[in-house]
Design a binder for this molecule. Structure first.
Ligand code: FAD
Ligand code: UDP
Length: 376
């Protein structure tokens, strides 16, 4: 990777943002001979998936815990060119009524919470008896109450969601809480995807490998607006917030932000699992311990607390009908920009996981370079 000021001429592509969306496209395009300049206003590559060693020498994720999981062999195989993997299955406990209980809600969650000893089919019957039927599952409240009833909803979802989004679950699309299933078995994994693994040497190393191609120049600490007029480029790939690109002309799209509080503790382990959720207590939603996730051995340990907030870096699009409408107006304008392609979580205003962004970027590559795409 290099920053070469005198090479700033004749770029085929100017890529804004060095997260997953930008890095995948930079790599793919460079691989078929295109000259690429990738810029990021942050001082590092990797976007929100960036990781680094903290002062204690522990690998941390400054923007919150990032666990890789996918059902796509194509995405996994693609990334495997740039990293080896460490198998890892994430587990989460929720602190409810003085106990730490498996989340997603499963057989053990319900039995421990209520002091029962149901088996799986008895639990199915229990869920059916407490479920509140809804005609059409539309909101994040509907998803949960229609499956497991009001009490479990109140204890595990209502408070967490209100904290995370500053909205009641009834004001959010079903897709938000539908990310977290409920189960009648004892499976305590947070994800059930067929590929679940962490980059063996971290995300940043993987991004470095993706961007190491001689056709790629990287400029950090650079807002694209400060250079776009001075450098000749043919086509832009934009992965920042779509409303910012258009100077907020239809108004601001809501993005939810977080404040991360990082801490190193003088003990080998702090939590029983990678993450503990706090749906009902404290201003933070969850605390995560990186060594569970990375597998690093170290006599100390580092954790991060996530405090949701309105202001700050845009992290989450907020899925609800009026925001989708506003995003659609921006998307319609994006369609009419002949020399710009919008890709990624912020630019397409979608609550995408990392693997979905990779899949989206690979598809954009095939659309941009159809002949090359067929070969690759
Ligand atoms: P980003 O990573 O946001 O990259 C966009 C880049 O564009 C940024 O680096 C930004 O600085 C840059 N940029 C913006 N505007 C400009 C500008 N004007 N000039 C120059 N540069 C600009 N996904 C998972 O699969 N598993 C997880 O466990 C997971 N955990 C998450 C936890 C948290 C707290 C958050 C917030 C997200 C999590 N995600 C997770 C989602 C994951 O972070 C995203 O899917 C992915 O990082 C999105 O990649 P991207 O390239 O679209 O955007
Ligand atoms: N959620 C909840 N309680 C939990 C975990 C999740 O209510 O213990 C809801 C909440 O609305 C959250 C959403 O489910 O924002 C998605 O959770 P996920 O863990 O996928 O969030 P992310 O990792 O994307 O922040």
């Amino acid at each position: 990777m290099e920053t070469t000021p005198n090479a700033f001429s004749g770029y085929d592509y100017l890529i804004v943002g060095a997260g997953f969306a930008g890095a995948v496209l930079a790599e793919r395009l460079a691989n078929v001979g295109r000259r690429v300049l990738i810029v990021d206003k942050r001082p590092h590559i990797g976007g929100n998936a960036y990781d680094r060693y903290d002062d204690a020498g522990i690998l941390i994720h400054p923007y919150g815990p990032h666990i890789f999981h996918t059902n796509s062999a194509a995405v996994f195989d693609y990334l495997s060119q740039f990293t080896q993997w460490r198998p890892y299955q994430h587990r989460v406990l929720a602190s409810v009524d003085g106990q730490l209980l498996p989340m997603p809600i499963n057989l053990d969650t319900v039995n421990s919470l209520y002091g029962l000893s149901l088996n799986a089919s008895e639990l199915e019957a229990y869920f059916a008896s407490v479920a509140e039927p809804v005609e059409q599952v539309r909101t994040s409240e509907d998803v949960v109450v229609s499956k497991v009833g009001r009490d479990l909803y109140n204890k595990f979802f209502k408070g967490y969601t209100r904290k995370q989004w500053a909205l009641d679950p009834s004001e959010l699309d079903a897709s938000v809480t539908a990310r977290v299933p409920t189960r009648a078995n004892r499976d305590s994994r947070y994800f059930t995807d067929s590929y679940q693994a962490m980059p063996l040497h971290g995300y940043t190393r993987m991004f470095e490998n993706m961007l190491a191609h001689p056709n790629i120049s990287v400029m950090l600490n650079t807002d694209y607006r400060s250079i776009q007029e001075f450098l000749p480029w043919r086509h832009m790939i934009y992965t920042g917030p779509v409303d910012a690109f258009f100077d907020f002309k239809y108004g601001k799209l809501p993005y939810r932000s977080l404040r991360f509080e990082h801490m190193t503790l003088p003990q080998e382990q702090a939590l029983p699992t990678g993450t503990v959720n706090h749906p009902n207590d404290y201003a933070y939603t969850r605390v995560s311990e990186f060594k569970h996730i990375t597998g690093q051995q170290h006599p100390q340990t580092s954790v991060v607390y996530e405090y949701p907030q309105a202001e700050g870096d845009p992290y989450y699009p907020v899925p609800r009908p009026e925001n989708a409408e506003l995003a659609a107006r921006y998307a319609a304008d994006a369609e009419t920009e002949p020399n710009v392609t919008f890709v990624g979580r912020l630019a397409t205003y979608r609550y995408y996981n990392m693997d979905q962004v990779v899949a989206q970027a690979l598809k954009v590559f095939r659309d941009l370079e159809p002949e090359a795409g067929e070969q690759g």
